[in-house]
Design a protein around this ligand. Structure first.
Ligand code: PXL
Length: 279
């Protein structure tokens, strides 16, 4: 028998049928964390949008309110909700509605504002989407951006080199939007290292880990999924931030050097290590 408190989380993001991102990453990782996982697929794409050409895209926005309405009639509620890649401002508004109607008292809303990396917005996103995302971030118990996303959300200049004062300013601006805690990924102050900077009004915590060269696609989704799963499993925010970082590093190490695997990370073979970290 398991002795931990079994929780139920809802994750809302797209299904990219091929590409190891969004739901095809979140569902297995959350399950590996020992958490019941419900999903709302916001769209179905044949692949993700970063590198494949001519992908299909079926928008499921109009299904989302109907799902919510049905769950309301069934009395379905969640201990947590984790939002990832969303396709439109309308979907963001619907997510706010879903959080208000389906989260139990004390449940956590975790927002990964998946929309940008390396200083630029992903294909298909514009300033209006960024504005809408600020409304969801305002409701978040935890916001899990990379530095690019954090800068778009707070109108700070994106920098590749910076000091702690710059990171504190970016985190402070995210807290000022209304998020209760910031878990900022990809923050490095020394060559060869990167890390996660956790901040709220009461204090800060920094977890440093090795930086591997050559970014891999999908690591943001791996990180946010492992973080959400570890948190739902009962770990503290600091522990979950560190476990998710260690797991993401293992995923990148397991993928690095495989040129045919440019589109995602091989996260599955190292799931046993994640499970071990949660014991
Ligand atoms: O990994 C984020 C992500 C999720 N879903 C889709 C994407 C991306 C990043 O490009 O294209 C469809």
């Amino acid at each position: 028998m398991n002795s931990y408190n079994y929780k139920r989380i809802l994750t809302v993001q797209d299904i990219s049928c091929v590409g190891q991102c969004s739901l095809t990453v979140a569902l297995p990782i959350l399950s590996a964390c020992g958490v019941e996982t419900a999903v709302i697929p916001s769209a179905v794409l044949s692949t993700h949008t970063a590198g494949f050409k001519g992908f299909t895209f079926r928008d499921l926005t109009s299904d989302m309110p109907a799902i919510l309405e049905h769950w309301g009639r069934e009395g379905i509620k969640f201990d947590g909700m984790y939002t990832g890649y969303l396709g439109s401002e309308t979907q963001i508004d619907i997510c706010i509605d879903i959080a208000e109607k389906t989260l139990k008292d004390g449940a956590l809303l975790i927002v990964d504002p998946a929309m940008a990396d390396n200083g630029v917005l992903y294909k298909g996103f514009d300033p209006a989407f960024v504005e809408a995302m600020k409304k969801l971030v305002a409701k978040a118990d935890l916001v899990v951006p990379n530095l690019t996303e954090a800068c778009f959300l707070t109108a700070n200049e994106y920098r590749e080199e910076y000091d702690e004062a710059y990171i504190r300013k970016v985190c402070g601006d995210l807290l000022a939007l209304g998020a209760k805690k910031v878990v900022l990924t990809g923050v490095g102050f020394e060559k060869g290292f990167t890390g996660v900077f956790v901040a709220d009004k009461a204090g800060e915590y920094y977890y440093k880990h090795e930086k591997l060269e050559g970014g891999c696609h999908g690591t943001g989704d791996v990180y946010a999924s492992a973080f959400s799963g570890a948190l739902m499993r009962g770990k503290t925010v600091e522990q979950a931030a560190a476990i998710a970082a260690d797991y993401t590093v293992l995923c990148i190490k397991n993928t690095a050097g495989d040129k045919d695997h440019w589109y995602g990370v091989k996260f599955e073979p190292v799931l046993p290590e994640l499970i071990d970290m949660l014991k």
